[in-house]
Ligand binder design. Structure first.
Ligand code: F6R
Length: 609
């Protein structure tokens, strides 16, 4: 969840690292720190709070007489120890000669600390990472890589780990286990980052490290060691993400920019997959999954990604005619269904690094299940651990709260459901052609939904000040209600809950009243009239009603305010309806003065369980 960036080379190390951290701040942001290698000393600055605090502190530090040869920097999302200046990374040995930054958790840190203390080490913080600096100090005999390798061998847990030594200024060593880390290859300079977004401005030649890999980074090259300690030469991937996608482009917030990107990202999600009358995922064509012989399909994901599974799972079940379930990934491992080679597990994750999702994937693979990943981040752990991956192609999502990744996940999951049905011989050509035509329309529908959302600043101002919000829908719209309520909660910190509309009368209806509105996602489909009755029940309790409704539904007697989105089959309309709800949450958060791109307590990529 923390952001890591490292650099060895002739550029201005400080500004390069701070620029990289700025692009990674979305990963975790309760404190930040930097270590810089000058000729004879290892300087560092650490500050609690936002990156701006570190920048202010750094500005007061005079430039070193000789240019800095290397440096590494970190934004933290606390797991052990409060977010204070002291607990921010880097962490040091007692002499301040060895600096370490770390993303992950050292599970055996307590026993290592007791043993180190018994051998005379004195600790400066409660942070698990600090044990690593002391371990390196014990093993160090003039070669940082050797000492680092020995120390890493004693650790249990997860890490993306970087270390520097005062006496070896142009060198960074790094290792990865179950936490993302990539190196960027340059000419006469080298880069390391937890997410390549941080270094794309300088190089698009990226090597994503695998579990157990260790790298020795010097200005003239990187030596790669695998888990057995053998040297290897990986082929770098050429990333095609443009660095500009990680900039705000004049928008006040990434969240708002990413809402507006959706026509383009939805188009990218369909590219090469839906054309004319056909639906074909090349990835599935070559995966060799015996779809007709599957016994069950299990969707797993977390948060918004989980909501994105719901409509697709219902579609998959109706098409495939076998049981299809959705399970929150953090629960899956501890109450697993029957898993075997006839189970297809579909894991959905924007980052491809969510610890809960990866844990579930590993359990599924260990039980022999086939794992299909639906992922946005190229080179992420999920892409390497899944049997086959289908990429969202949405580009980097910087805002902590999901927008474009949600709609792309929901769309790609539906395309996967349809293509599985085709492979199982359960999608006749006419149905396929109808779906292909409707799917191809999705980017255009998203454009119309964005235009319709322009009424939301005024609507949000009207509803602002309510005591709480209840989101309702039925069928595929229920997933959108969940996502809309989540967006409102996480962005504005206002209380919102979502219910399948029929559940209102079983409890939550007691909340409704003039200061507790209902947001209804009203889509054309078999349950529309039932939902309309539920809206009337809410109106009868004086609840103001905001409807996100598909064109053609007469909402005059139903809603106080309406955002009309284009008519479409409900599996498609449900994902399009998320767009005005994203904007609603955004406008509410603006009115609340909340920190939209970096809501409190959250991190973009949740790499701890
Ligand atoms: C909410 C949000 C989170 C993520 C969840 C899974 O706006 O962004 O709920 O959807 O943490 O993340 P990924 O998709 O990276 O596995």
């Amino acid at each position: 969840m923390c952001g890591i960036v490292g650099y060895v080379g002739p550029r201005d190390v400080r500004s390069l690292l701070i620029g990289g951290l700025r692009l990674l701040e979305y990963r975790g942001y309760d404190s930040a720190g930097i270590a810089l290698a000058c000729a004879t000393e290892l300087r560092h600055t650490k500050r609690a709070g936002r990156l701006a605090n570190l920048e202010t502190a750094l500005a007061a530090v005079p430039a070193s007489e000789t240019p800095e040869a290397a440096g590494m920097a970190h934004t933290r999302w606390a797991t052990h120890g409060a977010p204070t200046d002291t607990n921010a990374h880097p962490h040091f040995d007692e002499a301040g000669a060895i600096a370490v930054i770390h993303n992950g958790i050292i599970e055996n840190h307590a026993e290592l600390r007791i043993a180190l203390e018994a051998r005379g080490h004195r600790f400066n913080t409660e942070v698990d990472t600090e044990v690593i600096a002391h371990l390196i100090e014990e093993s160090y005999q003039g070669d940082l890589r050797e000492a680092f390798e020995k120390s890493v061998g004693q650790l249990k847990g997860q890490w993306a780990l970087l270390a520097m030594h005062r006496d070896e200024p142009g060198r960074i060593v790094a290792a990865r286990r179950e936490a993302p880390l990539a190196v960027g290859l340059g000419k006469g300079e080298q880069f390391i980052a937890s997410d390549p977004v941080a270094i794309l401005e300088y190089t698009n030649q990226i090597v994503f490290l695998r579990d157990g890999d260790l790298v020795d980074v010097k200005v003239d090259g990187i030596t790669f060691y695998d888990a057995s300690g053998a040297v290897f030469s990986p082929r770098p991937e050429t990333l095609t993400w443009s660095p500009e996608t990680a900039q705000k482009d004049g928008y006040a917030h990434f969240f708002r920019k990413e809402i507006d990107e959706q026509p383009r990202t939805l188009k990218a999600a369909l590219a090469g997959r839906v054309s004319g009358t056909t639906i074909r995922l090349p990835e599935l064509d070559t995966a060799g999954i015996d779809v007709a012989n599957l016994r069950t399909v299990e969707f797993i994901a977390c948060g918004s990604a989980y909501y994105a599974t719901l409509a697709a799972a219902a579609l998959a079940e109706s098409l495939l005619g076998i049981p299809v379930r959705c399970t929150v990934a953090s629960e899956f491992r501890y109450a697993p269904p029957r898993l075997d080679a006839r189970t297809l597990v579909i894991a959905i994750s924007q980052s491809g690094e969510t610890a809960d999702t990866l844990g579930a994937v590993r359990a599924a693979r260990a039980a022999g299940a086939i794992v299909l990943g639906i992922v946005n981040a190229a080179g992420s752990t999920l892409t390497r651990e899944a049997t086959v991956s289908v990429m969202l192609q949405a580009g980097p999502e910087i805002s902590v709260a999901a927008t474009k990744s949600y709609t792309s996940q929901a769309l790609v999951a539906e395309v996967v459901a349809l293509d599985l049905a085709r492979l199982a011989g359960r999608l006749d050509p006419t149905t396929e052609a109808e779906w292909a035509r409707d799917l191809a329309n999705v980017p255009e529908l998203a454009t119309a939904a964005l235009a319709a959302s322009e009424s939301l600043p005024a609507i949000a101002a009207k509803y602002h000040g309510s005591t709480g919000y209840t989101f309702i829908s039925r069928g595929p719209g229920s997933a959108t209600a969940l996502e809309g309520a989540l967006k409102l909660k996480e962005l504005s910190y206002l209380h919102a809950e979502a219910y399948p509309a029929g559940e209102l009368k079983h409890g939550p209806i007691s909340l409704l009243g003039p200061t507790h509105p209902v947001v209804a996602i009203l889509l054309e489909g078999p349950t529309r009239t039932k939902l309309e009755s539920n809206i009337m029940e809410s109106r009868a309790r004086s609840a103001p009603i905001l409807a996100i409704a598909t064109e053609g539904i007469d909402t005059r007697s139903l809603a106080d305010d309406v955002v009309v989105i284009p008519a479409a089959r409900q599996e498609i309309a449900s994902l399009i309806a998320a767009i005005p709800l994203q904007r609603f949450a955004y406008e509410m958060a603006l009115l609340e003065g909340a920190d939209i791109d970096q809501p409190k307590n959250l991190a973009k990529s949740v790499t701890v369980e």
